[in-house]
Ligand binder design. Structure first.
Ligand code: ATP
Length: 141
């Protein structure tokens, strides 16, 4: 299996589950969060975890995020922080960017910024559940 380098920015439930799964699958994962406690917790399920403010360009530059294969913006609630981080990643020339959107309007902005894959967690999960319900045998008791 090819080992790739991922950076996950924001280690809430969403970012944690992405980082944990990638790491379990043998990938290199850098976890980034502004919150020291979250970073300490992450040390057990990522390759490396660092405290940094992702809206500070110099922090992203010193972490060399542009050298990663993929960077995921998993900051949710704060729209400005989420969008600014995505903009900086694009500006720094990150190869593949993924970002979580809170809703359609937020997603449109992220698309305009040039994010490669905009994720709508609730919508996407709802579709996944519906697809599973539609699969044969799912409701056979
Ligand atoms: P989730 O919905 O995934 O559980 P949450 O509700 O705990 O997340 P969010 O506001 O979505 O919290 O933020 C996710 C993570 O992003 C938090 O751990 C938060 O500390 C981190 N975060 C917020 N702002 C920044 C920033 N500027 N730089 C780095 N990390 C940040």
């Amino acid at each position: 299996m090819v080992v790739r380098q991922y950076a996950v920015i924001g280690l809430g439930r969403f970012g944690t589950s992405i980082a944990r799964r990638l790491h379990e699958a043998g990938q290199e994962v850098l976890g980034i969060d502004i919150n020291e406690e979250r970073v300490n917790d992450a040390e057990q399920y990522v390759t490396e975890a660092v405290i940094a403010d992702a809206t500070e360009k110099k922090s992203l530059v010193s972490l060399e995020v542009d050298t990663f294969d993929c960077v995921i913006v998993a900051i949710g609630d704060d729209l400005q922080t989420n969008i600014l981080t995505a903009m900086l990643l694009k500006e720094l020339g990150v190869k593949k960017t993924i970002a979580k959107a809170l809703g359609r309007r937020h997603g449109i902005l992220l698309e305009k910024v040039g994010v490669d894959w905009v994720i709508y967690p609730e919508r996407d999960m709802g579709e996944r559940v519906a697809n599973q319900l539609l699969s044969p045998n799912m409701l056979n008791y």
